[in-house]
Design a protein around this ligand. Structure first.
Ligand code: KIV
Length: 279
């Protein structure tokens, strides 16, 4: 399969849906890349599912670059999106451009994603003007979820809230973002925004009307007990399957069932006899 490009994803709008999954390391990148899914997001959700933080805000640029590099080295087909972590783009526009550049230049990403409202549109525009393609992440923005009152649906409270999300999407499109990701936005609002934008939209907890969908892979396969978004979907209990295997291995070791002859190396019996004889 040919490498997926931004123009290809843009050409799908109104034609067919597409999908994105997270990956943070080589093994999962291989699995996603071979699955037919069009895009990989190296999301800052790695803070929870890979690094053991309680949220995304502690994740650093160096940690993002480290994981993006592993994905960038491994992927052959998927379009690669590197997440800008909290405080990598909020304080200073030059720093934002430099940090976005690291994800492209050092880590081999095809584009970057940043969270925000229309207030971040000038930063998004500056990064786009520097020649880096940007996805805008609007609606529920986990990096600042605490200031939004936690993990809530955004935009459904009243007219002003719904209008704010629409304005965020339009501002990010006007800033040059090539795609808008909406998280935890009411389905009909996300569908309406999708119809208003020329660029593709990607939804997570934003209903069927978005052009594409994204899920956090470790969550969809039950790979990280305790981590769950209310709007995710569990496709397999791979974590449980792996733990069953670990428990079986433990029992096999305790019972002398592992390693068997097929897992061991033989030695010439005569050699052993001479060793035993002290020769
Ligand atoms: O970091 C991430 O995985 C994300 C998704 C929830 C879209 O931003």
């Amino acid at each position: 399969m040919a490498k997926v490009t931004i123009p290809f994803i843009q050409s799908l709008k109104g034609q067919r849906k597409f999908a994105m999954l997270t990956a943070y390391d080589a093994p999962f990148t291989r699995l996603v890349d071979d699955s037919g899914v069009e895009m990989i997001l190296v999301g800052d959700s790695l803070g929870m599912v890979m690094l053991g933080y309680s949220g995304t805000s502690p994740v650093t640029m160096d940690e993002m670059v480290h994981h993006c590099k592993a994905v960038g080295r491994t992927a052959k087909t998927c379009l690669l999106v590197g997440d800008m972590p909290f405080m990598a783009y909020q304080a200073d526009i030059s720093e934002a451009i430099r940090n976005a550049g690291r994800l492209i230049k050092e880590a081999g990403m095809d584009c970057v994603k940043l969270e925000g409202t229309s207030k971040q549109a000038p930063t998004a525009k500056a990064i786009v003007d520097a020649g880096i393609a940007v996805i805008a992440h609007i609606g529920l923005t986990p990096q600042t979820a605490a200031s939004l009152g936690g993990i809530n649906v955004i935009g459904g409270q009243n007219y002003a809230a719904a209008k704010r999300i629409l304005d965020d999407a339009l501002a990010m499109e006007a800033a040059g973002c090539w795609c808008v990701l909406m998280e935890a936005v009411p389905a009909d609002l996300a569908a309406y925004i999708t119809s208003r934008l020329k660029v593709p939209t990607i939804g997570i907890g934003a209903g069927i009307g978005c052009d594409g969908q994204v899920l956090v892979t470790h969550e969809m396969f039950g790979m990280f007990p305790g981590f769950g978004l209310p709007f995710g979907k569990r496709y397999a209990e791979a974590g449980q399957l792996i733990q069953n295997g670990m428990q079986q291995y433990h029992q096999d070791v305790l019972n002398g069932q592992f390693p068997g002859a097929e897992n061991s190396f033989p030695i010439d019996a005569e050699l052993l006899r001479r060793l035993e004889a002290g020769a």
